[in-house]
Design a protein around this ligand. Structure first.
Ligand code: PLP
Length: 381
């Protein structure tokens, strides 16, 4: 009979994906569902990007690309970051960058520190690579951010990585320059701890954004910065992300990637090159649209009795569950059954008692979702 590997113990399809797929199934059956569960901008991929992909395919860029990424794209990413191409790996989404880095570095029992709430995949990626996620609770009272004291207390001789996300999914928390520097002072005392800074929401920030490595340049030889085109350029389906870091790490990640997927899709890499080197005005336009949605959603949720902080980045809010139904997954089920709204329970991100709502949706969907949520919370009173 079928037997799963031990390293898959407790690992299932992410709850976000499960909920989004369930909402899609209900919709297909004709049920009227407003899904606000997926972390994917509703904007289309820019036309000049799609044209670049067409041209690349017609020009014969259809063969195995270099394992580390096509030279032009690697060079463009390196130039932007002020590093060399050997400091860059292009992968099949930021997801593969993260999992590749962990696979390339973790031995069984190695520890990875991360702040909860965290993006669902972090803990399972660490487990799949044989590591142990060390999850530190960062409640709303501390702005959902890791403090230097928490970091200091969690470091052990087995700690390999601090895995940080700024701006964060699911809270929108953004670390300021001085907050990064304060974490940096802890890391100064622990030279064996490296940092993964997942900055995939860099271009979706409503306050000034400081890249981790820019705040603590003296730590650059142990920081891997993760980024990609998915969120900024509405290119989730193209699956292109990248890592920027010290060349020995990048080399190890290339070795892993070479055995698992080879280089990322050549046509998608041509599209990503067009996205990052083409006109950037759309980033600002889309950010303004997101900011208006954010303000709409924060006001609407608070009015509906769901206490909600204003996020500084990304396109999520992470309100508390209502006092009348504090268990997050029960409240999510109630919302889906009663008023046909799909949200994700906080437990999927390691912090129960909250909900994640993505506002990367058209304003009309957000307005309808908020209307239904307020009907549902009023019924609980
Ligand atoms: N990192 C974070 C924090 C995310 O929220 C996501 C997507 O939801 C990713 C990485 C994955 O990005 P990609 O589409 O490039 O794999």
């Amino acid at each position: 009979s079928f037997r799963r590997a031990d390293r898959l113990r407790g690992i299932e399809l992410s709850e976000i994906v499960q909920i989004s797929e369930q909402a899609a199934r209900l919709k297909a059956q004709g049920v009227d569902v407003v899904a606000l569960s997926t972390g994917e901008p509703d904007f289309p991929t820019p036309e000049h990007v799609i044209k670049a992909a067409h041209q690349a395919a017609l020009a014969g860029q259809t063969r195995y690309p270099a394992t580390a990424g096509v030279p032009d794209l690697r060079a463009a990413i390196a130039e932007d970051a002020g590093v060399q191409s050997q400091n860059v790996i292009v992968s099949t989404g930021a997801k593969q960058v993260l999992s590749g880095a962990l696979m390339a570095t973790l031995d069984p029992g190695d520890e990875v520190i991360t702040a909860a709430p965290f993006w669902t995949s972090y803990a399972d990626m660490v487990r799949l690579s044989g590591g142990i996620p060390v999850v530190l609770d960062c409640p709303v009272s501390q702005g959902f951010k890791l403090t230097p004291a928490q970091l200091e207390a969690a470091i052990t001789p087995r700690t390999r990585w601090l895995l940080l996300n700024t701006p964060a999914n699911p809270t929108g928390a953004v670390y300021t320059e001085s907050e990064i520097q304060a974490l940096g002072r802890v890391l100064d005392r622990h030279p064996n701890v490296w940092v993964i800074s997942d900055e995939i929401y860099q271009h979706l920030t409503y306050v000034p954004f400081t890249p981790f490595v820019q705040a603590v340049p003296h730590l650059a030889d142990r920081v891997l910065t993760v980024n990609g085109v998915s969120k900024a350029y509405s290119m989730t389906g193209w699956r292109i992300g990248w890592g920027i870091g010290p060349s020995p790490l990048i080399k190890a990640m290339i070795a892993v990637q070479g055995q698992i997927t080879s280089g990322a899709c050549s046509i998608a890499q041509a599209a990503a090159l067009a996205a990052i080197t083409g006109p950037q005005t759309l980033l600002g336009e889309r950010l303004q649209a997101m900011r208006a949605r954010r303000d709409l959603v924060v006001a609407g949720l608070n009015a509906a009795g769901l206490e909600c902080a204003v996020p500084d980045g990304a396109f999520y809010v992470f309100p508390k569950t209502p006092a009348e139904m504090p268990v997050d997954h029960e409240f999510c089920r109630y919302l889906l059954d009663e008023v046909g709204v799909a949200l994700v329970p906080g437990r999927a991100f390691g912090l129960p008692g909250h909900l994640r709502l993505s506002f990367a949706y058209a304003t009309e969907s957000l307005q309808e979702g908020l209307r239904r949520i307020s009907v549902a919370t009023a019924r609980l009173k």
